[in-house]
Design a protein around this ligand. Structure first.
Ligand code: PHE
Length: 339
C-alpha cells in the first residue's frame, strides 16, 4: 500500500508541475486529489490492512495529501502570474488579428422611398400626421362612409381583434382623426403601416405601407388634386413625368380615381418594368365625399377637399429593381447591404 501511495504521489507531482495552464491544472487536481480521485481510492483501501498498521498509513496519506496540495498551490500561483500568451490555448488572445468590422447603418429601401415621398410633400407645405394601427370599426370604415356590409369592404378584408376593433386596412382612417382634431385648412400626409388578409407572395403582403394625403380648404377642386399629384410624380421621377387618372370607386371620395405616372424606366414607351403599358399605377385618389366632411362637423358649403393614397412597396420595388416583396421584410443583409 505504501508502495502504491508513493508511486501515485510521484505521478501526481509530475503532472501538477507539468500542467501548462489553469484548466489542465484543474483536471490534474481532480484526477489525483478530487473527491473520487486516486488518493481517495487508496485511502479507502485502509480498511483492508491490519489494524495496528492503520495509524501509520493514515499519517502517511495525510502527509502526501498536504504535500501534493502545496505543490498544486505553487503551480496555480505560477500559472496565474503568467501573461496571457503563456496561459495556454484557450485563453489566448491574438492581438494581431484584424477587428470585427461593423456595418455602417443605411436606410431600408422601403423607408428611404417613403422619406423621399414625404420630402416632396413637405416642400408643398404639407405636414406629417400619424394614427394608430389598431383602429375601431368607426374609423376604419363607418366614418369613411362605408355603408354596413358594402362590397367595397371586400378588398379591405383585415384582421379583427374584436368585433369592433381591427387592424387598419388603409391609412385613410387618419383622415378622420386629423379632421376631428382641427379646422380647415388641412394639408397632411400620413405615412403608415396597413394590414389586409392577403397571403404573402412576390407581390402581396399582409402588412404593407401606404402614404395618404389630405387637403381640405375653401375652393379646392379636382384640378388641385391633379396638379399636386403631377408635382409629386415629377418630384419622384423627373420633369418629363405625366399623370393619368381613370375612374374608380372609394366610398369616401366622389368622384374617385386611380392614378398612374409614366414609367420612369421607359418614359411611357412600354418596357419590362411597366409590363409594356408605359404606366405605373401608384394608388387611389378623389374629392373627399361631403358625407365624410359633414361627419367630422365641417361646413360642406364652405369647404371641399381631395385625398389620395399611394402604396409604398410596389413603388420601392420598381425603383430599386427588387423582384420579390418578401425580400423587403426578410431582414436579409445581402439585400440591405446594397443600400
Ligand atoms: N385608401 C384607399 C386604398 O387603400 C386609397 C385612397 C386613399 C383612395 C385616399 C382615395 C383617397 O385603396
Amino acid at each position: 500500500m505504501e508502495e502504491r501511495l508513493r508511486e501515485m504521489a510521484k505521478q501526481a507531482r509530475a503532472a501538477l508541475e507539468g500542467a501548462a495552464n489553469l484548466d489542465e491544472l484543474e483536471r490534474v487536481r481532480a484526477r489525483f486529489l478530487g473527491r473520487s480521485g486516486l488518493l481517495r481510492e487508496i485511502q479507502q483501501g485502509i480498511r483492508e490492512i491490519a489494524e495496528e498498521l492503520r495509524p501509520q498509513v493514515g499519517r502517511l496519506i495525510n502527509e502526501t495529501r498536504q504535500e501534493l496540495e502545496s505543490v498544486l498551490e505553487r503551480r496555480r500561483e505560477k500559472l496565474e502570474s503568467l501573461g496571457v500568451h503563456e496561459r495556454g490555448e484557450e485563453s489566448r488572445i491574438d492581438v494581431t488579428l484584424p477587428g470585427r468590422s461593423q456595418y455602417v447603418a443605411g436606410r431600408h429601401p422601403l423607408l428611404a422611398t417613403l422619406d423621399d415621398m414625404l420630402e416632396i410633400f413637405l416642400g408643398l407645405g404639407y405636414t406629417i400626421a400619424e394614427g394608430p394601427e389598431v383602429e375601431t370599426y368607426y374609423y376604419g370604415f363607418e366614418a369613411l362612409n362605408y355603408p354596413p356590409d358594402h362590397p367595397a369592404m371586400d378588398e379591405q378584408m383585415t384582421f379583427y381583434i374584436e368585433d369592433d376593433v381591427l387592424l387598419r386596412s388603409q391609412t385613410s382612417t387618419v383622415q378622420i382623426r386629423v379632421m376631428e382634431s382641427q379646422e380647415p385648412p388641412v394639408r397632411v400626409v400620413v405615412p403608415g403601416r396597413c394590414f389586409r388578409r392577403d397571403t404573402m407572395d412576390a407581390t402581396h403582403s399582409h402588412t404593407f405601407y401606404q402614404l395618404e394625403g389630405l387637403c381640405v380648404d375653401e375652393g379646392i377642386t379636382f384640378a388641385d388634386l391633379k396638379g399636386t399629384l403631377l408635382a409629386f410624380g415629377r418630384g419622384m421621377f423627373g420633369e418629363e413625368t405625366q399623370v393619368r387618372f381613370r375612374p374608380d370607386f372609394f366610398p369616401f371620395t366622389e368622384p374617385s380615381a386611380e392614378f398612374a405616372v409614366t414609367c420612369f424606366a421607359c418614359a411611357g414607351e412600354g418596357c419590362r418594368i411597366c409590363k409594356g403599358t408605359g404606366w405605373m399605377e401608384l394608388g387611389g385618389a378623389g374629392m373627399v365625399d361631403p358625407n365624410v366632411l359633414a361627419g367630422v362637423g365641417y361646413d360642406t358649403e364652405r369647404y371641399t377637399g381631395f385625398a389620395f393614397g399611394v402604396g409604398v412597396e410596389r413603388f420601392a420595388m420598381n425603383r430599386y429593381g427588387i423582384p420579390d416583396m418578401r425580400l423587403l421584410y426578410s431582414g436579409d443583409m445581402r439585400l440591405l447591404r446594397q443600400f
